[in-house]
Design a protein around this ligand. Structure first.
Ligand code: HEC
Length: 117
């Protein structure tokens, strides 16, 4: 029966290169996306303003973040900013999710579809 295994392995190896290059960062699933949007709008929004225009924390708008290095913003979300009220979110979001949040913030954060519920 090892030919079955060989055929499957072959199919896997052959299909790999057809996956887009940007797939190296795992995109969150739709249900998790809804949770992340809700988290940013509500929890992050409690400091950064409900429209993310700034409050206790600075604005998280496209204009404010577009030019900033992505890695340092991801590090800020995961590790917080010691000595400031910005708390660490490691444990609440994984690194890929923090990267996903930063990418969305830099292009305009989606509205929270769950907020109306
Ligand atoms: C308790 C308040 C608070 C919460 C909650 C909070 N932040 Fe912050 N955040 C801050 C403050 C204050 C700063 C500014 C820190 C400094 O002075 O460098 C900051 C800074 C940042 C920065 C850096 C901005 C820049 O221009 O460099 C990012 C990005 C950020 N927060 C994202 C988030 C995200 C995403 C969340 C939710 C997952 C979040 N924050 C939740 C208070 C908060």
């Amino acid at each position: 029966m090892s030919w079955v295994f060989r055929t499957m392995t072959f199919a896997l190896v052959v299909s790999m290169p057809t996956m887009p290059a940007f797939a190296q960062q795992t995109a969150p699933q739709p249900e998790r996306v809804r949770e992340l949007v809700h988290l940013v709008r509500q929890d992050c929004g409690s400091c950064h303003g409900l429209t993310l225009q700034g409050g206790l924390g600075p604005a998280l708008t496209v204009a404010a973040l577009r030019e900033k290095p992505r890695d340092s913003l991801v590090a800020t979300i995961l590790g917080g900013r010691p000595g400031t009220p910005m708390p660490p979110f490691r444990g609440i979001v994984v690194e890929d999710e923090a990267a996903w949040i930063v990418e969305r913030l830099q292009e305009g954060f989606p509205v929270d579809a769950g907020a109306a519920r």
